[in-house]
Write a protein of this length. Sequence first.
Length: 753
Amino acid sequence: MNTAAAEARRIVVVSNRLPFTVVEADDGIAFQDSAGGVATGLRALLSSPDSQSVASEYVWVGWPGSTISVQSQEQVKSRALAEFGCYPVFLSGQDFENFYQGFCNKTIWPLFHYFPSFAKYDEEYWAQYRKVNDAFSATLLEAIRPDDTIWVHDYHLMLLPHLLRQALPQVRIGFFLHIPFPQFEIFRLLPAAWRRQILEGLLGADLIGFHTHDYAEYFLRCVQRIIGYEHRLGRLVVKDRRIKVGAFPMGIDFKKFSDAAGRVEVQKESEALTKALGESKIVLSVDRQDYSKGILHRLQGFEAMLHMNPEWRGKVTLIMLVVPSRIGIEDYEGMKKQIEELVGKINGRFGTISWVPIIYQYRSLPFHSLVAMYAMSHVALLTPLRDGMNLVAKEYVAARLDKSGVLVLSEMAGSAKELPEAIIINPNNREEIAAALKIALEMPLEEQVQRIDAMQNRLRRYDVGRWATDFLLELVSANPEEASQGKAFNASARSELMRDFRRSENRLLLFDYDGTLVPFASSPELAVPSPRLLRILGSLGDNPRNETALVTGRDRATLERWFHGLRVSFGAEHGICVKDWGGDWQVLKYFDLDWKERLLPTLETYADRVPGAFVEQKEFSLVWHYRAVDPEQGRAAARELTDHLLAFTANIDVQILRGSKVIEIRNAGVNKGAAARHWLSKRNFDFVLAIGDDTTDEEMFAALPAATYSFHVGASRTRARFYLRDPSEVLQLLEELAGVYADASSKSGRSST
Ligand code: ADQ
């Protein structure tokens, strides 16, 4: 790590909640620590020595946990900045209600945790979610500097990366999701506009992190199916930006938990509790109160264990710590009642005068008491039905100083992937929980030590500091220029081009059509040239210094029809035939075309089978189009068809080309390079410009002199010298070039049209 770079760098952490809650009272303002997995993890990060290896300064932007009166806002702002390096985002109680209690916790939370029946789809919630994301963006835009690196956290702020990207195209943005990302079938339950905006919101980031590879994969699949962007090994290119998606499993502050477990006061507390419970073995469970945590399932599993194993009655106690959470949401209130009833039922069924099977506490514990609980418990029983990670599992392991203890963990928790030495259970099956508990209670000490030791070694190495530095190093080392491999068409390249263009006498201008001069349309006949494009081409063509040619996959008839009357030349069907302006069509090379008839039925079969696909028959080629097909199905069918065609055409001299949502079959030896050479041989050009977006345009770039101003539209790999973002940027450039001529001709008294 380059320390000089680290010294100069500032990281802006953004999360829904700041690490403290501001409480306004008559005697002034007080700051209290906030609870929860994200706040705990981020607080640990900022105080870890690792954080200093990435950046010299960290600031935190978020909601201060309460509605702050207008008269106190200035004071909160200056104290938050001076004492904590934080920028508060002020939200009214009502704003927060529909945002947090509404969209975040009644729509996204249940859906992303696979509880679709709890999810509400309310337009007001959505509007408020957007409004709060806008408010975060506004506060950030005031606070950040252009060279800051921004790290946005969690499901509350999924629109924020895009909002920031729009205002600051060059700033580095990372996003980390702390909860699961669901599979497509669940995610698609969101209304179409919302789900698209959420994905686009996230894609504003340069790096998008999840706890597990599965979540990353589900996200990429949703992006592909809903927006149509395909990825390669977790990398996406969106316009000219390269985005990376990956798994960064969050760790805990291992040292903090193991050190605390060794402290005298913690050990004393632990011993006092053990004494109070007599000989009983302790099973511990710790969670926020949430239906995703499987608290009821756990109770049923414990009940089944007592039922099936009478020998354990009187000898085991379940301590269940539940932290109050999301008070005021009906699903949560109802659950609290159910938990209390079930605890009462089990205690009533099995309890005796001297033994209470379940000790239930509904409150938050101070850190040292929590560690004392971890340290005294023989078993930790964690049964979430879905959990992004579950840090409690890791904290329990870290607090086991003598390495005794057994972790029973749900396979639905992200942490199960990193803790295979736990007894992994499916929480939906109470018998499985019961059986796992019995194994845990009876596990020989030697085996316990082996398992805990293996898990501790892993958690010690990959702790929260490592998690954050891995993410941040990946984020800061992602070179924003990388996507364009230094091929950005910057101001100096632009002025050089304009200068050379002005000075030149003989210019060759070669343009591909689809994806270059016009955006792709769902079907080829819809991609007609706009009046603006016709005006630009007309103007460029009219200049006698310019030889302007369209070199495209389109057929002759379409070119004649659409560009009739313009002084432009044509290269049709990828340059197999060319027509100079004012001349006749010439076929550059004659081929045997018998194969067309033989292959057509295969293409048609695939078109019939795949809704949205169709076959285009051109004079010299056949094209199978799948732009309008469901992206995943289209990709699979295209792969299958390519394999099929490759096998079928092994003995004939044709090429099978995968273009942008098309498969094109044409004779080998046809390429745009031949057309480019045709025009190059006509005159001695002192300025050559070529623009294209597809693989077929690479042949054209290859055939042109090194000094050519060659442009690739979009940021995929190319031999062109520069990138342009999209057809609208192409038109802007061409309009400028046409304008040069218009200026020159007006000076010399000529008309440009
Ligand atoms: P949470 O749903 O909050 O976090 P979790 O990862 O278990 O879940 O973190 C809970 C935190 O609260 C732990 O650090 C724990 O020590 C603390 N805690 C729990 N019970 C407590 C008690 N009774 N008293 C005091 N403290 C208590 C979200 C996601 C998780 C993800 C984290 C981090 O839902 O899946 O692991 O973010 O990304």
